[in-house]
Design a protein around this ligand. Structure first.
Ligand code: DLL
Length: 446
């Protein structure tokens, strides 16, 4: 179902007119109320009256993560703190968290965009909804909670973690919709298996997963193991939290951006030049309706592309691709640019491996070494007689050696880089405890 047909299926011409009007308002507002923007607009030699068309947004200066750090905690707020009814936070650069504030109207708008996400995943009023995103300063829990209540779902605010209890609730309350990170969806799936529960009997319809990078291969895995449809949800604290965009369950190819609230651009991260739809670059968002924390051309650091083609679901909004990496988590190993998602895709094409892995980067002398620790399946582990993987010396055993060689070759083909492959026994790679999973350990002192 489409939660807000008027906004979500608005003809593009009308949508653009609405965006322009809201952009002009936002630009005026930030200049009146936020000294940071007054200064950056001044420096760029632009004022709100210069925005006569949507293209004129290109005259406006960018905002960066570092600007949040430099104005910590609330320097970018456009309202007094007594107008703020909610605070959230996420990790920022060099230790200072990014603080986001919401007025009552912001909370309502956010609930609306989260309701749109849940509906586009297939939720209908009356469904039971298990929300396994973390509650607290993280935006995932409360963001979806309000979205679920707004649309009339029965919300189970279980938060992340305590996986066995999650599964008991799923078994006993029969939620149709599950929200969590993709890595945690896999943890839940695995635990269901070890508890001897048949996933087909659980009756889940859809999972709305995001907050960390994942791949099509992981989607297949989550869908097969939990017997549901998994849709990709994207968002970030600086812009609102979850609910900036979400895939529709019908097509599941690109996430519909809620453009009446968030104006997207993709830029070349080196030159700042705006790129056309289809081109991959850094995502930039301008909020069009936020009160407490409006953002102008915020550089997300996320790399993706936009797709302006019409979607079969009937929504008219532009769609964004998966996030293929970040301008700042891109690993550079011996001069080669490596995105962890490339490695994940390569590993998941090898049937003897599970979707769990860890990347460890070291530099003993001058050369970077990338160790890919890939976890083998139960079947493979049994086949080679268990135990031996645990012992370092046996990593050379024939079947193990052969698999390591194959993995190494696959990675070389994808990355153009030699890696050291280490196989881990089932359960050997780190799992999500309910939130985001850190898969990269960079031990280089750069
Ligand atoms: O992760 C908000 C969120 C909560 C999104 C629940 C989806 C579901 P932050 O903690 O501020 O906010 O992290 C934002 O996470 O810039 C991306 O790098 C990454 N991210 C979020 N969604 C996706 C996704 C929340 N679907 C940062 N795919 C963003 C890949 C994602 N990366």
């Amino acid at each position: 179902m489409i939660w807000n047909p008027e906004m979500e299926t608005m003809p593009r011409e009308r949508l653009r007119a609405l965006q322009l009007e809201r952009l002009q308002q936002t630009a005026r507002r930030v200049c009146e109320r936020v000294s940071f923007y007054r200064n950056t607009f001044d420096k760029a030699g632009v004022n709100p009256a210069d925005i006569r068309s949507l293209e004129d947004i290109r005259k406006l200066p960018f905002t960066r993560k570092a600007d949040f750090r430099d104005t910590y905690p609330t320097g970018l707020f456009a309202v007094a703190l007594d107008q703020v009814v909610r605070i959230h936070a996420s990790s920022g650069t060099t230790g200072k968290p990014i603080i986001a504030g919401y007025t009552r109207a912001d909370v309502n708008m956010w609930a609306e965009t989260c309701a749109r996400c849940l509906a586009s995943a297939g939720a209908v009023p009356g469904d039971v909804f298990q929300n396994a995103y973390g509650y607290g300063l993280f935006t995932g829990g409360l963001g979806f909670h309000y979205g679920g209540e707004l649309m009339g779902l029965t919300v189970i605010p279980v938060s992340g973690g305590n996986t066995e209890r999650q599964i008991l609730l799923i078994r006993d309350l029969k939620p149709k919709i599950l929200t969590c990170t993709p890595s945690y969806a896999l943890t839940i799936a695995e635990t269901i298996r070890t508890m001897g529960i048949d996933p087909a009997g659980l009756g889940l319809k859809a999972a709305v997963v995001g907050a960390e990078p994942w791949t099509e291969e992981m989607r297949k895995e989550i869908e097969a193991k939990l017997r549901l449809k998994a849709v990709n949800i994207y968002g970030l604290t600086e812009v609102i939290g979850p609910g900036v965009s979400c895939e529709c369950v019908e097509v599941r190819h690109g996430a519909h951006i809620y453009e009446d609230h968030f104006y997207p651009e993709v830029i070349d991260p080196n030159t700042g030049e705006v790129l056309p739809p289809g081109a991959r670059g850094e995502l930039v968002f301008t909020s069009l309706t936020k009160e407490a924390l409006p953002v102008i051309r915020y550089r997300t650091g996320d790399i993706a592309s936009l797709d302006a083609s019409p979607c079969a679901c009937g929504r008219t909004s532009i769609r964004m691709s998966r996030i293929v990496g970040r301008t700042d988590d891109m690993l550079i190993i011996r001069g080669v640019n490596v995105f962890p998602s490339q490695i994940e895709t390569a590993l998941m094409r090898i049937p003897e491996l599970t979707p769990h892995y860890q990347l460890v980067i070291t530099r003993e002398k001058t050369l970077d070494e990338l160790e890919v620790r890939a976890e083998v399946s139960d079947e493979f582990f049994r086949l080679i007689g268990g135990e031996i993987l645990v012992d370092e010396a046996h990593q050379a055993d024939h079947a193990v050696h052969e698999l390591r060689r194959r993995v190494g070759e696959r990675l070389r083909g994808t990355l153009n880089l030699n890696t050291t492959v280490r196989l881990l026994p089932p359960g050997g790679a780190p799992r999500s405890e309910g939130g985001k999973l850190k898969r990269v350990v960079d031990k280089r002192k750069l």
